[in-house]
Design a protein around this ligand. Structure first.
Ligand code: NAG
Ligand code: NAG
Ligand code: NAG
Ligand code: NAG
Ligand code: NAG
Ligand code: NAG
Ligand code: NAG
Length: 357
């Protein structure tokens, strides 16, 4: 008896709100709605490709907090006064990265409050992160894995930022916020030596990407976020080291496996969660295109300057036998140059505009 009474009550409520103009406003939109022009907040998660230095962050690794016991948390005041640092060590590529170029937040040298930016960048990516400790060991005991970055966000940042986003003009959280996730770079590399032997790469990465959606994306969806941008793997099969190997590690095929699993899982997420928009930006195709025709992008060298870590190399590259760092595709063994991040962004914006309705 009880279930049918509950069902009847629910049905009448749904019917009522569907025909009642005042309460209709409260019904979440059934169709996904995304428009890049409406985005005022970029909430980012991932690894070193996405990390930005914060004044409350772990030096060289994060915007705020770290994975050591008790250090994931922060106060509202710490969050709102935390500044993005743009300097030689402010990112993993010696200059602005893709989320900074995409938002225009923190591009100039110095310190920047996210709340001063036209598109606010709230970045919980942690350099060296994998998806979860469940699959691969931490790079360091302070490394916050992706599933814990989103939990950190939901526990300590969402209560502060959520109401601010809801309160901005007529935009709802669902429209004004875009969640960005770029993960898998460390996972695919670490898997080469640390994956359990009794599982295939495909099954291992399927399980990892399942965890991305069940432990990170769905909880964010539950908190009201609707628009999600996923970035697939860059050409890790074409790092400087891999260019001279007959068997690159990871291989092009492996990079393709991760990217295919990601694309399928993102599609399934959007199909099974009404109102969700899951966009997968194909960084891999764009960046392979850059590597195939580097001269079109001002790139003269597809490896990197060995002395990239010297501060002076930025201003006097010739003293280190290098070209200006902006002429290199890679910054070092695993990271793309800041210039490569920069040239990807117009292509990404084109993609986001094509996804807009
Ligand atoms: C951050 O990285 C730079 C460049 O590699 C290094 O010189 C510096 O010591 C690092 N800072 C900390 C606190 O580890
Ligand atoms: C960059 O800024 C951080 C944080 O303010 C500081 O600790 C670091 O020394 C700076 N690095 C350089 C190369 O100026
Ligand atoms: C983290 O690792 C460092 C260096 O290995 C070690 O000194 C420190 O005690 C560790 N901290 C914790 C809480 O395990
Ligand atoms: C990190 O996330 C995993 C998966 O949800 C969880 O089991 C673990 O307890 C979290 N770690 C911390 C320190 O919160
Ligand atoms: C693989 O081995 C681990 C123990 O090392 C075990 O826990 C797991 O169930 C095994 N997985 C499969 C698919 O057999
Ligand atoms: C690319 O740069 C590296 C490091 O500066 C250098 O050793 C190499 O010769 C350069 N390659 C080309 C094709 O210029
Ligand atoms: C990949 O992993 C190996 C072994 O753990 C490490 O030495 C290397 O630096 C990593 N490469 C990249 C590109 O992160």
């Amino acid at each position: 008896m009880t279930p049918s009474i509950a069902a009847t009550t629910l049905l009448s409520l749904v019917t009522l709100s569907a025909f009642h103009p005042a309460s209709a406003k409260c019904v979440p939109p059934k169709e996904a709605h995304f428009n890049w022009d409406d985005v005022e907040y970029l909430i980012a998660f991932g690894d070193s490709y996405t990390f930005v230095q914060g004044t409350y962050g772990y030096p060289n690794y994060s915007f705020i907090g770290n994975y050591l016991p008790g250090e994931l948390s922060f106060t509202p005041t710490e969050l709102l006064s935390n500044r993005i640092v743009q300097n030689f060590t402010g990112t993993a590529e010696g200059g602005p990265n893709w989320v900074e170029y995409l938002t225009g937040c923190g591009v100039e040298p110095g310190e920047h409050l996210p709340s001063d930016c036209a598109i606010q960048l709230w970045d919980f990516a942690f350099a060296g992160a994998d998806v979860s400790e469940e699959f691969l060991p931490l790079h360091h005991n302070f490394t916050t894995p992706l599933v814990n970055q989103t939990a950190q966000y939901l526990k300590w940042a969402e209560p502060v930022l959520g109401p601010r986003i809801e309160g901005r003009g007529t935009n709802k959280k669902a429209e004004a916020a875009l969640v960005a996730v770029w993960i898998g770079i460390n996972d695919v590399n670490d898997s080469q030596s640390k994956k359990p032997a009794n599982i295939t790469f495909q099954d291992f990465w399927q399980a990892e990407i399942e965890a991305v959606f069940s432990e990170s994306v769905l909880p964010l969806f539950g908190a009201g976020y609707r628009n999600f941008l996923f970035v697939n793997l860059p050409p890790l099969d074409r790092t400087a080291a891999n260019q001279v190997k007959s068997n690159p590690s990871p291989s092009k095929e492996q990079v393709g496996w991760w990217n295919e699993i990601l694309a399928n899982r993102a599609r399934e997420f959007a199909e099974t969660n009404q109102g969700a928009k899951a966009m997968v930006y194909d960084a891999n195709t764009f960046l392979n295109g850059v590597m195939n025709r580097p001269e079109q992008y001002g790139i003269t060298n597809l490896t990197y300057c060995p002395d990239y870590a010297q501060l002076e190399v930025l201003t006097k590259p010739e003293e280190y036998g290098c070209r200006p760092l902006d002429e290199y595709f890679w910054y070092n063994s695993g990271h793309m140059s800041s210039h490569t991040h920069k040239i990807m962004v117009p292509n990404l914006i084109e993609f986001l505009e094509a996804q807009s309705t």
